[in-house]
Write a protein that binds this ligand. Sequence first.
Ligand SMILES: [Zn+2]
Length: 498
Amino acid sequence: MSGQSKKFYVTTSIVYTNAPPHIGFAFESIQADVIARYHRLLDEEVFFLTGTDEHGAKVAKAAEEEGKNPKEFVDEISKKVKDLKKTLNLSNDDFIRTTDKKRHWLAVKKVWLKLKENSDIYKKKYRGFYCSGCEAFVTKKDLKNGKCVIHQKTPEIIEEENYFFRLSKYSKKIKRIIEKDIIKIIPETRKNENLSFVKKGLEDISFSRPRKDLKWGIPVPADKTQTIYVWNDALINYISALSYTENSKKFQKFWPADVHCIGKDIQKFHCLIWPGMLLSLGLPLPKIIFVHGFITVAGRKMSKSLGNVIDPFELVKKYGTDPVRYFLLREIPPTEDGDFTYEKFEQRYNSDLASGLGNLVARVLTLAEKIAIKSYNPKIIKPKVDKTWKDYKKALDGFKFNDALVSIWKLISFCDKYIEKERPWELLKSQKLKVKGQKLEIILNNLLFTLANIAQMLRPFLPETSEKIFRQLGVRPTAKKFWEFKIRKSKPLFPRLK
Ligand SMILES: [Zn+2]
């Protein structure tokens, strides 16, 4: 590879540290991980960022409830989020914390001062509806029957003096940016939602809160009575992690982001406020904002009070990393809401992993162990493999993780049918040694070649399983052509769940 390879920058949103990470964030970070690994497979130079959003009144309150100081509290939660890397086998290159005074705070201050210099930050008295769930002033557009659409809470009326960001100034430009896909919002339904917001005209938004109400946060430069409010803090992580403050080589290389992966609840901030800030800063805009839905549990919203919050650590402990990755990517639609149940999980595990992939690998390797394969001629299955690669790439380029997996599993079932048709075990028993040798060799050639390609396609999705298959085949994932196998059959990949 030359040093000229294309760069690719992908981010998750940063996890709000008022509670430990649940399965929803696990889903988002696994999606982002697949994107990162896929682009590495395409030989691009990838930077994959995740991290934690640690300021705000809700964090301070959660800490107080546990009798901890906020720093102590966020250190613990942030560590849990960081631990997801190992548990979910994430390949993130960096992890940014908004309490990082060196990397993050300096960037936040730099942005603030630049926005102010451009007259895009000003102070005014403000009276408005405030939703404590959103930790934000909300407008009538955010309310339904007088309640916050997200939190089903009646907002309080608050009057205070805050700094505002002149978002209204960028309304027309942002509308055009979304319309023309200059920032491509995926899926289309989310693009249309944001367009309908921006068409009503964007209002200026509060960028600070009085220090007395929000102590746990970054102070406004040169005004100790005010704390910087979430947008000009959390959103900056995408550039602070690249050392925007020093205008580093890393920043120049990787910004703008190629993909921001986010949940639907924070799309307005990313699709409307963030572009406004970047326009004011004169920085390039992210290319894609990919919005996923929510995970329900047995049809119900996850919540502490219902006691149905799925802990990703527990789930991985019970089933293993790759089965969890597989289930979420295969069962939950990439951009819609999806449902989790243990029944569905175990059903997918047994049918797709144990009986599907695991069984095929075991079957082929049992046969391959018994004969020496000298020639290389995978002609029979090659067109099918090529077609699968085409479908797979098309699906992944469109962020359709489930469709990419479907195409791999179609190839798996094609192999099963091929084995049933050719009945190689009968050839193995046959007395006509010459015929048996040649025909068997061709069949196994085709199957091993296909398994190696399946392992390659699985690299972004099930990295550990992919490695195990390559090891059993005795070929390297980086091989240009898959042949010269050195079979080393091992334990079943996915023992059936009882
Ligand atoms: Zn709310």
